[in-house]
Ligand binder design. Structure first.
Ligand code: HEC
Ligand code: HEC
Length: 145
C-alpha cells in the first residue's frame, strides 16, 4: 500500500487549514459581480464586419466565422449555414465546404448529410470579435497549425 503516505499527507494538509484558507478565497468571475440576467461588459464588444479570416491558432481549431450571421438560423427543419457550406452548395456560393469530419458519425461512418454531431454549427464556430483577451497571457500558436 504505497499510496497511504500520500493520502495521509493530503489529509494532514487539509486538517492543518491549508485547504480551508483557499476555500474562503473569493472567486471573481470574468463577468464581474453582475447577475446572470444582466448584461456583462463582455457584451460591449462589437462583431467584426465581414473580413478576412483570423488565422487559426492551433491544429483542429474550429475556424472563426469571418462574416455576419445575423438571421442565419439553425432549426430542426433547416440549417441556414448548410445552405451555403454543404458540399453541394459550396461551389455555387463560394463558401468553404464544411470539413469532411462533419459528415462522419461517431463510428467514423460517412453520411450523405451533415452529421448530427455537427448540426449546431455555433456550438463550435463563433463569429470574429475585436475582443481584447480577458486575461493577459503570452500564448503563442504552435509553429505548424
Ligand atoms: C450566404 C452564404 C453563407 C451562409 C448562409 C453562411 N456562410 Fe459561412 N461563409 C460563406 C462564405 C462565402 C465564406 C468564405 C468567404 C469569407 O471568408 O467570408 C464563409 C466562411 C465561413 C467560415 C470560415 C471557413 C474557413 O475556412 O476559415 C466559417 C467557419 C463559416 N463560414 C461558418 C458559417 C456558419 C456557422 C454559418 C451559419 C451560422 C454560416 N457560415 C453561414 C458563406 C456563408
Ligand atoms: C463539434 C464541433 C463542430 C461543429 C458542431 C461544427 N464544426 Fe465546423 N469545424 C470544426 C473543427 C474542429 C474544424 C477544423 C478541423 C476539421 O477540419 O475538422 C471545422 C472546420 C470547418 C470549416 C473549414 C473547413 C476547411 O476545409 O477548412 C467549415 C467551413 C466549417 N467547419 C463549417 C461548419 C458548419 C457550417 C457547421 C454546421 C453545419 C459546423 N462547421 C459544425 C468543428 C465543428
Amino acid at each position: 500500500m504505497k499510496l497511504f503516505p500520500a493520502l495521509a499527507l493530503a489529509a494532514a494538509m487539509l486538517l492543518s487549514g491549508a485547504g480551508v484558507a483557499s476555500a474562503q478565497e473569493k472567486v471573481i468571475s470574468e463577468r464581474g459581480d453582475i447577475a446572470i440576467d444582466q448584461t456583462s461588459k463582455v457584451d460591449m464588444f462589437r462583431p467584426e464586419k465581414d473580413k478576412e479570416n483570423i488565422p487559426r491558432n492551433f491544429q483542429k481549431q474550429p475556424p472563426l466565422i469571418p462574416h455576419s450571421i445575423k438571421g442565419y438560423n439553425v432549426t430542426q427543419n433547416f440549417n441556414k449555414c448548410m445552405d451555403c457550406h454543404s458540399k453541394e452548395r459550396a461551389e455555387e456560393t463560394g463558401a468553404t465546404k464544411v470539413a469532411k469530419s462533419h459528415y462522419l458519425d461517431r463510428d467514423d461512418k460517412k453520411l450523405q448529410t451533415i452529421s448530427p454531431r455537427r448540426y449546431f454549427c455555433m456550438q463550435c464556430h463563433v463569429p470574429q470579435f475585436d475582443a481584447k483577451p480577458l486575461v493577459e497571457n503570452n500564448y503563442k500558436p504552435s509553429a505548424k497549425n
